[in-house]
Design a binder for this molecule. Structure first.
Ligand code: NI
Length: 138
């Protein structure tokens, strides 16, 4: 047993969204969600961190090949969110308010069973430099 290590793949993406509940007026949405409820959309530059943990494989020296992790994250997440509208374009956000809380949970659900070695430990999403959101599957 070589030890348990946590490995992280970082990706960035730009996406548009609007936080709103359709049954509320624009004014009520503004009160509830602030400027993220602006009716004509706006964007964020997000940073995503996907953290996988596991025993180091004594044959490879890897927990999981980071090249594989990169491809899994790009295929299942980045291709569906980058330069997209999270309300309209992203299948795994359909019917959800695209807050960062809901996005990290949805990304976890997209990735959890696709990790080929080790296991998914955490999804972190930075919406701004000072705000980040983390989900660990519970
Ligand atoms: Ni926003």
């Amino acid at each position: 047993m070589a030890g348990v290590v946590y490995i992280t793949r970082r990706e960035t993406f730009a996406a548009a969204h609007r936080l709103f509940r359709p049954e509320l007026s624009d004014e009520e949405n503004l009160k509830l969600f602030g400027k993220c409820s602006h009716p004509n959309w706006h964007g964020h530059n997000y940073t995503l961190e996907v953290i996988v943990t596991g025993e180091v494989d004594t044959d490879t020296g890897f927990v999981m090949d980071l090249k594989d992790l990169k491809e899994i994250v790009r295929k299942n997440v980045i291709s569906k969110v980058d330069h997209k509208n999270l309300n309209l374009d992203t299948d795994f956000m359909k019917g959800k308010i695209p807050t960062s809380e809901n996005i990290v949970i949805a990304i976890w659900n997209e990735l959890e069973d696709k990790i080929t070695k080790g296991k998914l430990f955490s999804i972190k999403l930075y919406e701004t430099e000072n705000n980040y959101f983390e989900y660990k599957g519970e």
